[in-house]
Write a protein that binds this ligand. Structure first.
Ligand SMILES: [Zn+2]
Length: 151
């Protein structure tokens, strides 16, 4: 591993331990030349999750894309990016934990909505309106009514 301080390529590992979630290994290294210490992370390369879209075509799950969609729904709402990143992370691990390699875009949408509902109702309705593509004002009103009745 190339030393970030002097660029030398030899080092020794002085400590090695899994990160909190166990998904990565953190190694403390010491440069054999300048003796400065630095940290590297080793991650298991995970298999991609495939998303089945409405037209049955498949696409690799893209967390950035999902996050962007949710960010748009949360524009000017009191929801922090950190909260949304956590939300996307939760969904991602939920999919991984289900041990399914494929998930429908509909399922992802439902997961997002279930979580957004607790976070911010306006964002929830905005996201739902894009996601469910409400055909008309009535289906939209139905959704709002459902939301109100849950209170
Ligand atoms: Zn060095």
């Amino acid at each position: 591993m190339k030393c970030p301080y002097c660029g030398f390529i030899e080092d020794k590992v002085i400590d090695s331990r899994p990160t909190d979630e166990g998904s990565a290994i953190r190694r403390r290294r010491e440069c054999s030349k300048c003796l400065k210490r630095f940290t590297t992370y080793e991650k298991v390369e995970s298999l991609p999750i495939m998303v089945i879209k409405k037209d049955k075509s498949r696409q690799v799950f893209d967390r950035e894309k999902l996050l962007n969609g949710i960010l748009r729904a949360c524009e000017k709402r009191p929801v922090s990016v950190a909260q949304l990143e956590k939300l996307v992370e939760d969904i991602e691990s939920q999919i991984y934990n289900s041990l399914q390699r494929e998930v429908t875009s509909k399922d992802i949408g439902e997961m997002v909505m279930a979580k957004l509902k607790n976070l911010d109702e306006v964002a929830y309705v905005r996201f739902a309106s894009v996601y469910r593509q409400f055909k008309d004002i009535n289906t939209f009103m139905d959704e709002l009514r459902k939301l109100l009745n849950e209170k």
